[in-house]
Design a protein around this ligand. Structure first.
Ligand code: ADP
Ligand code: MG
Ligand code: ZN
Length: 495
């Protein structure tokens, strides 16, 4: 039997506001610091620690950010939305309930366009809702004790719930990347997955191909990397098919992904909405959003990743694949555009420069960023480094191997490209006066091969070029050398 997968994602994005959603406590560490550096419970007050008798006051910035997310995903924005209490007991939730939104969320019924592969057609994935809520604290288990850190309690989140319209792990990955790009371009979330401020629950079910009704779904909790989401979904689809083919039944449950073993593991049976006893929070009045406010925010909307991608393709002639890679984060796109600007100022053709820059950024630089897990803006590389790299290679001053070496030095020390090139002697020899004697010497040393070349064995050109390269310590300009060797081989045969 053939099966098809049905997937829906629930994504939590932490909003990049200064203060928490219902009190004045800092919502995140100061710039350049990590969450781990904040002493436990330093960012707390009676409100976010849930003391009786305190009252929440809504942070209006959170509402603005949620509306921006809604506009960017073509949602309709509700004129009136309501905060609700989601009741459950857990030590990191001192009030005994989480303030969230339930049947009247701030944004509803939008969509996001995805492309699972650069060659696949665009597909619209429906967004069911976006709602605002507070994060819970964190339980820390150490040295035989369990401790609670409430720094995260009351940190603002939006939850973005997709329709069950994704049909493969690759589509789910593309959706997640696309959503991540949207919130980071909007500047409403840092989107740092390692720190958990962009995380995802994946709902997965399978059904016989062609069947209308959905199969029973399993929810995989809190997966915090694009790659893990794809792996977890792939595993889960195969597991469910295996259970059904073995005559078993899928039970609705919550599972977790073990990224070391690449498997999902059952955590608990799934709780239903009724279990939470949702009701409107009597401490908070409904949120009223005027059309004027939505219009103001719409007018402030930055250029979104889809539009940037299209512009890179139409104006610069980049491939869909390069354009997608360069717009995966706003920082990378900005970096690319600034480097291109710097390059254009040196008189290099924009389209040519763009292609070369894209090659570096998606190739060697991308590899360095991936391997180190560093974001480009936190690395030692500057737009000047990239512009210089492209310039020296396009001008033929440095070979591509030499340029890679220069990049690796600049990556680890921040030294400028011209300085590395000078220090390591990476400049290519493009001076004919210097190359000619070397070429003549090599040809003279291999008279047999030279004769074979002249007799038509043109393959041997590479052999001679390689020999001269060796003789010049790899510094000869290869394009120039190729031409020169061919010319000399013929000339020396005529004489
Ligand atoms: P809950 O809040 O209990 O998790 P929702 O109905 O809000 O439930 O759905 C949560 C997510 O699960 C949504 O993203 C939705 O698209 C997805 N979903 C619902 N039914 C299925 C199904 N049968 N298979 C896969 N995903 C599903
Ligand atoms: Mg859920
Ligand atoms: Zn507080």
């Amino acid at each position: 039997m053939n099966f098809e997968a049905v997937i829906g994602l629930e994504v939590h994005a932490q909003l990049a506001t200064d203060s928490k959603i219902f009190c004045g406590c800092p919502a995140r560490p100061p710039a350049g610091r990590s969450v781990a550096e904040i002493p436990p419970n330093a960012n707390t007050c009676p409100i976010c620690t849930g003391h009786p008798g305190t009252l929440p006051v809504l942070n209006e910035k959170v509402v603005d950010y949620a509306i921006l997310a809604g506009i960017a995903t073509r949602c309709s924005i509700r004129g009136k939305s309501v905060f609700a209490r989601k009741n459950y007991f857990y030590p990191d939730l001192p009030k005994g309930y989480q303030i969230s939104q339930y049947d009247e969320p701030i944004c509803e019924k939008g969509w996001l366009e995805i492309q699972a592969l650069p060659t696949s057609p665009d597909k619209r994935i429906g967004i069911n809702r976006i709602h605002m809520e507070e994060d819970a604290g964190k339980n820390v288990h150490a040295h035989g004790y369990s401790l609670v850190n409430l720094n995260r309690a009351g940190v603002p989140l939006i939850e973005i719930v997709s329709e069950p319209e994704l049909s493969s792990a690759a589509e789910a990955g593309a959706y997640l990347r696309s959503l991540h790009a949207v919130v980071t371009y909007l500047g409403i979330s840092d989107g740092n997955m390692q720190e958990g401020n962009f995380r995802c629950d994946a709902n997965v079910s399978v059904r016989p191909a062609g069947q209308k009704e959905f199969g029973t779904r399993v929810e995989i909790k809190n997966v915090n990397s694009f790659r893990f989401v794809e792996k977890a979904i792939d595993y889960e689809i195969q597991r469910q098919i295996g259970v059904i083919e073995g005559g078993g039944k899928i039970v609705q449950e919550t599972r977790t992904f073990d990224s070391n073993k690449n498997v999902t593991i059952s955590m608990r049976s799934k709780e239903e909405a009724e279990d939470y006893r949702y009701f409107p929070d009597p401490d908070l009045i409904p949120v009223r959003v005027t059309e004027a406010r939505v219009n103001r925010l719409r007018s402030e909307l930055p250029e979104l990743p889809d539009a940037v991608k299209r512009r890179f393709m139409t104006e610069l002639g980049l491939s869909a694949e390069d354009a997608a890679a360069l717009t995966s984060t706003r920082d990378l796109a900005l970096f690319f555009e600034e480097a291109l600007q710097a390059l254009s100022e040196t008189g290099i053709d924009r389209a040519k420069g763009a292609k070369a820059l894209a090659n570096w950024l998606t190739g060697e630089v991308g590899r360095l960023l991936n391997e180190s897990g560093v974001e480009i803006r936190n690395s030692r590389l500057t737009v000047v480094h990239l512009a210089d790299l492209v310039r020296v290679t396009l001008e033929g001053a440095v070979s591509s191997t030499g340029a890679k070496q220069a990049l690796s030095e600049a990556w680890s020390t921040g030294e400028s490209i011209p300085a590395v090139v000078a220090r390591l002697g990476l400049k290519q020899v493009s001076d004919l006066g210097e190359l000619e004697p070397a070429v003549e010497k090599v040809i003279a040393a291999f008279p047999g091969q030279a004769a074979e070349f002249r007799a038509g064995k043109e393959k041997l050109l590479g052999f001679f070029v390689g020999q001269v390269m060796k003789a010049t310590g790899g510094k000869a300009n290869p394009a120039l050398l190729q031409e020169l060797v061919a010319k000399k081989l013929k000339q020396m045969g005529d004489s």
